[in-house]
Design a protein around this ligand. Structure first.
Ligand SMILES: [Zn+2]
Ligand SMILES: [Zn+2]
Ligand SMILES: [Zn+2]
Length: 703
């Protein structure tokens, strides 16, 4: 990319190429005359769809081709390139963007162009940021490009080699992805954990106590015997405690005052933004990214013109530029007061030394408060912007402070406790709250001390059962994917939307469930490709990709080391499949139309019956897989069913006359203690009647 002499000497013409056409107008205005701005509309080259596109025998060289439909875009860009004597590649500031710039160099033959070619990156689409970035053009960073190439090639190899195996084993058209398969496995494991969870009974016991001169009773919770915490396991234990307390005096033995503070949250990264937008606004990860992209690319703000409202949305950094910190501090001091200012920096400790250009997701101008921009934004844009603005503001604010009181009340040998807390300084909570801030806001009577006379009023007891881990939501899945080191800011949302689109998982309200199809795919991946679905293997791979981006690892080395293992596993799985003659399972169900025996096929929502006479006979019927258990209500067969969204449950074949249904899989054995239906949970049989609580060993299955 050496400087060459310009043919059109005299007039300087620069061409700046961005990814998205929505940025063109704003950036053109910021740069002024002498600059043309054009958009590539995302990627222009990729691996072909019709073949693997990676030359295994020649150093794994990828064979990129122009993406279908991008010919016109490229032709137009070529025209503009001819008129320019300086070309700036201003695609998005991440690995993906770096790779697009590199592909543009090839596709537009910029190496031969009569112009200087340089890369610039805009972390925010504002006049100052764009002008500043133009002062620091650089060469394309091949380490970043290579990290992206490695990800693309790895994903392609996995998808291309494994998908045909899914087709022959389960259903045509299925596909396996590298990160998607691990995400599916994590969800499948959680669902299995929930299915196998055995609830245990426990009780809570509260005592209402009356203090002299107080109208409201003081509610204390059972703690245990003296200093020893004790669980109340059943009704009998609870009643024994109540009986032994009869006539005992309740007295306050200790009142401890303390102070607690809650630190402000860090500004948003992609992962935390997705999690909070899901919790607070009920946005899917995909929607969050779509709306954040709009805020980043620029919003028309009346007199201000078009301005990018937030910094780049794909980031795992919580770093904030010194200018942004200064303007936030000034805003807080003026609008809230000096005491609301955070001391020092709020970035994670280990990030302080990272010299990367990336920043947290924050508003570009603090003065663009949610109120100021509200009229220019759609409802979704406004709500997301408000969340980002408040979170950033909060991150620069002082901790909230609470005064806590914990009280011990003894009676006989038993102890009860009361805890209360009072906000003494709201700090960052003034602008930003989340669910976790809902701590017990129990306010105690002012003069409660060891001299307070208490009179017993009543007991309140309640039966509970321990609960399994909750089903994943998009928010908790993103949280775990990040914690496990799987995926990166650019991959969380596409990973989740892909497995949803393939019907491997389904969502009901916010909860994620695995589908019948997802179970089949996950089982095959676990059996045949344990390495691909291994969490540690995948997180090591992500670390290797980071290593490539930092120039520590060569990308071809990563591919060379990966491919032989993948190939071996694919060959083994193919052999295994040859042994099992893959044919559609034939059933006793006779086709109403032509009399053939119908076969079981996989549809997007699980198994269904299809006539083998296809295409002459197109008859299909729902398939109800009997589980070999009688309905406890009517005695007919129980079958596997799916909700409209695809969540699996067990219902009666006699539906709608019989309304029996169970989320958990019933077994044929009845409870020896109470005769109720039982569930199989790993190696145990558990009574469906929680009151009974019977848990027994599962009998060994006979071959
Ligand atoms: Zn038929
Ligand atoms: Zn029934
Ligand atoms: Zn029972």
């Amino acid at each position: 990319m050496a400087t060459k002499t310009s043919k059109t000497a005299g007039k300087k013409n620069s061409l700046l190429i961005v990814e998205s056409p929505t940025k063109v107008k704003a950036i053109k205005k910021f740069l002024g005359t002498g600059y043309e701005v054009a958009a590539s509309n995302g990627h222009v080259r990729d691996l072909p769809k019709s073949s693997m596109g990676v030359d295994i025998d020649h150093d794994f060289e990828p064979k990129y081709i122009t993406i279908r439909g991008k010919g016109d875009v490229l032709a137009e860009l070529r025209k503009q390139v001819k008129k320019a004597d300086k070309i700036y590649l201003a695609t998005d500031p991440d690995r993906e963007g770096e790779a697009i710039s590199w592909h543009l160099v090839s596709a537009l033959k910029l190496d031969d162009a009569d112009a200087t070619v340089q890369r610039v990156t805009f972390n925010e689409i504002t006049k100052n940021a764009v002008k500043e970035a133009m002062k620091h053009p650089r060469d394309i960073d091949m380490n970043l490009v290579d990290a992206q190439q490695a990800r693309r090639v790895l994903d392609r190899m996995v998808g291309y080699s494994i998908s045909p195996l899914l087709w022959s084993k389960i259903k045509r058209g299925l596909s396996a992805g590298r990160v998607q398969s691990v995400a599916l496995r994590i969800i499948a494991d959680r669902e299995e954990e929930i299915d196998n969870f055995i609830p245990t009974e426990y009780w809570t016991l509260d005592v209402n106590l009356l203090a002299e001169g107080e109208k409201k009773p003081l509610v204390a919770h059972y703690y245990g015997v003296g200093n020893e915490k004790k669980e109340i396991r059943n009704k009998k234990e609870m009643e024994e405690i109540c009986a032994s307390l009869k006539g005992e005096k309740f007295s306050v033995t200790d009142v401890k005052k303390g102070e607690r503070s809650k630190k402000a949250p860090l500004p948003f990264t992609t992962s935390t933004l997705q999690q909070e937008a899901s919790k607070a606004l009920n946005f899917s990860t995909q929607k969050t990214m779509r709306v954040a992209q709009q805020l980043y690319e620029g919003i028309e703000l009346g007199k201000q013109g078009t301005v990018g409202l937030i910094t780049y949305l794909r980031t795992d950094s919580t770093r904030v530029s010194a200018e942004a910190v200064a303007s936030a501090n000034a805003y807080i001091q003026e609008n809230f007061g000096k005491e609301y200012l955070a001391e020092g920096t709020t970035a994670k400790k280990n990030e302080a030394k990272i010299q990367d250009a990336h920043e947290a997701i924050r508003p570009t101008y603090i003065e663009n408060t949610p109120v100021v921009v509200k009229d220019y934004l759609s409802r979704d844009q406004f709500r997301l912007y408000q969340l980002i603005w408040r979170r950033f503001m909060a991150s620069r604010m002082a901790p909230a402070k609470y005064e806590t009181t914990s009280v011990k009340i003894d009676a006989g040998e038993h102890r009860f406790t009361v805890a209360a807390s009072k906000t003494v300084f709201d700090g960052f909570l003034n602008v930003y709250t989340d669910d976790e801030d809902q701590i017990e806001k129990n306010v105690l009577m002012k003069n409660l001390d060891t001299n307070t006379k208490l009179k017993f009023d009543s007991f309140e007891s309640a039966q509970h059962f321990t609960q399994p881990a909750p089903h994943y939501t998009e928010a908790s899945l993103v949280h775990d994917l990040e914690a496990l080191g799987i995926g990166r800011p650019s991959t969380y949302a596409p990973t989740i939307s892909t497995i949803l689109a393939r019907h491997y998982i389904t969502k009901e309200n916010k909860a994620i469930f695995i589908t019948e199809l997802g179970q089949a795919v996950n089982k095959m991946m676990n059996d045949a490709f344990p390495q691909i679905v291994d969490v540690n293997f995948t997180s090591n791979m992500e670390a290797l990709l980071d290593g490539i981006a930092e120039g520590e690892v060569k990308w071809k080395t990563v591919i060379e080391n990966f491919y032989p293992d993948l190939n071996k596993a694919v060959e083994a799985a193919e052999k295994e499949l040859e042994k099992v003659q893959v044919q559609d399972e034939v059933t006793d169900q006779i086709c109403d139309c032509c009399g053939r025996n119908m076969v079981i096929k996989y549809g997007p929502h699980g198994k269904f019956l299809a006539c083998p006479g296809f295409p002459e006979c197109k008859n299909t019927m729902p398939y109800f897989e009997k589980i070999g258990v009688e309905c406890p209500k009517c005695g007919k067969d129980l079958v596997l069913k799916r909700t409209r969204k695809g969540r699996i449950y067990y219902g009666c074949i006699g539906h709608p006359e019989c309304d029996f249904m169970s989320w958990q899989k019933p077994v044929a054995n009845k409870c020896p203690k109470c005769g109720s239906m039982m569930y199989a949970k790993s190696n145990k049989l558990v009574c469906s009647n929680q009151e009974c609580g019977y848990v027994g060993e599962k009998p060994k299955e006979k071959e």
